[in-house]
Design a protein around this ligand. Structure first.
Ligand code: SAH
Ligand code: SF4
Length: 380
């Protein structure tokens, strides 16, 4: 099978070059051409020996997943849809802000973890993305953004931050994720600082420890509930890795993390996890972990069965956290006119798990709510 150079980080490419009887420095040259310059034509790589260029052409190529669509939102957010074959498509979102440009990358076609408020989770799971498909999103977006940059691209980084917050759970695709992260950080490739690359996880505890050892980047943990009873329902992986184990993993990660805090994400679901009591319970839960709280107003999608908490509710929830000394921000919803907001990414997934669109059997008896009767069904 032809090799795809996008599948290799620096080590992988060095080994591959050596197998071809080439010197290690060829790997560095190739990385620069492919990732820094966005070049896919071997003939343009003029400082690579002609004989090696011919060999490269014969053996493989630079083959990102092809672009299916590229949509621009009114607020400048740009959503790409890439074809990853066999009827599956993944989404990648670019979010420009005054002081940074963030690319939100997918790690899987679909997601097996089935969080009930997540559009990707509702679609089921098809497969892990390869390293080439993960880094290919950055490669493609970089190229597209440079081409359309106005004024003409001057060589500055348009994408300054990467967040693994697109479709899928990055930490259940560990083997393919790590080389992609290595490329993001590599000075011969994208040269991003560790602090500007964030892995977001729903809480795969053993993989959090593995990430600390293999490639410690900024960590965001999707909490969404302050008690096991409620989190078991919203984020089913909690049944395997409950909150106490997750908080302990966060503490351990901090010894290796490039930042001195963990970001906790918390989706604001009307009448489900947004009460004053829930806010107080959240304060107790996270009090021993240096952290920032990021509240995400729920982004609706068809038949979700949930509603976004009101502005006033989010304000009050945030106030309780802040009064307890927790730095809390509320995420601005961007790109919702093109369904590019958090949790709305749907792509197109041929579900191999044959997941049914289930009704959501949520029991809130133990949830920290004033009315223990409230069930998610009431929001459908
Ligand atoms: N699988 C990883 C990363 C992808 S999701 C994770 O779960 O962390 C990125 C973030 O969007 C997560 O915090 C996720 O819980 C949140 N999210 C999912 N669906 C959402 C929705 N409909 N509205 C708002 N946020 C959502
Ligand atoms: Fe998967 Fe994350 Fe969506 Fe949960 S929130 S289903 S882990 S993508």
């Amino acid at each position: 099978m032809a090799v795809n150079l996008l599948d290799f980080d620096a080590n992988g490419l060095t080994n591959w070059c050596e197998q071809q009887g080439e010197k290690a420095f060829r790997a560095r040259q190739l990385l620069r051409w492919v990732h820094q310059r966005g070049e896919d034509d071997f003939d343009a790589m003029t400082d690579v020996a002609k004989s090696f260029r011919e060999k490269l052409k014969a053996l493989g190529g630079v083959s990102p997943a092809p672009t299916l669509s590229d949509k621009l939102s009114e607020d400048g957010t740009r959503k790409f849809l890439f074809d990853v074959g066999t009827g599956n498509a993944i989404e990648t979102v670019f979010i420009p802000e005054a002081d940074r440009g963030t690319l939100c990358i997918s790690s899987q076609a679909g997601c097996a973890l089935a969080c009930v408020f997540c559009s990707t989770g509702r679609q089921g799971f098809n497969r892990n993305l390869t390293t080439a498909e993960i880094i290919g999103q950055l490669w493609q977006a970089n190229r597209a953004l440079r081409q359309s940059a106005t004024p003409a691209w001057t060589g500055e980084r348009i994408i300054s931050n990467v967040v693994m917050m697109g479709m899928g759970e990055p930490l259940t695709n560990f083997e393919n994720l790590i080389p992609a992260l290595n490329l993001m950080l590599d000075d011969n490739a994208y040269g991003l600082s560790r602090r500007r690359v964030t892995v977001s996880t729903s809480g795969i505890v053993p993989a959090i420890d593995r990430l600390a050892a293999a490639c410690p980047v900024a960590l965001a943990v999707s909490l969404h509930a302050p008690t096991d009873a409620l989190r078991d329902q919203l984020v089913p992986i909690n049944r395997k890795y409950p909150l106490a184990a997750l908080m302990a993993a966060c503490q351990r990660y901090l010894q290796y993390a490039p930042r001195d805090f963990i970001t906790f994400e918390y989706v604001m679901l009307d009448g489900v996890n947004d009460s004053d009591d829930a806010a107080h319970a959240l304060v107790s839960l996270v009090q021993d972990v240096p952290c920032k709280l990021n509240l995400i107003p729920f982004n609706p999608f068809p038949n979700s069965g949930f509603k976004r908490s009101s502005r006033e509710r989010i304000r009050r929830f945030s106030e309780i956290l802040q009064q307890a000394g927790i730095v809390t921000t509320t995420r601005k919803t961007r790109g919702d006119d093109i369904d590019a907001a958090c949790g709305q990414l749907a792509g197109q997934v041929k579900d191999k798990t044959k997941r049914q669109l289930r009704s959501i059997p949520i029991v809130t008896e133990h949830a920290p709510r004033r009315s223990a009767q409230t069930s998610l069904e009431t929001h459908q």
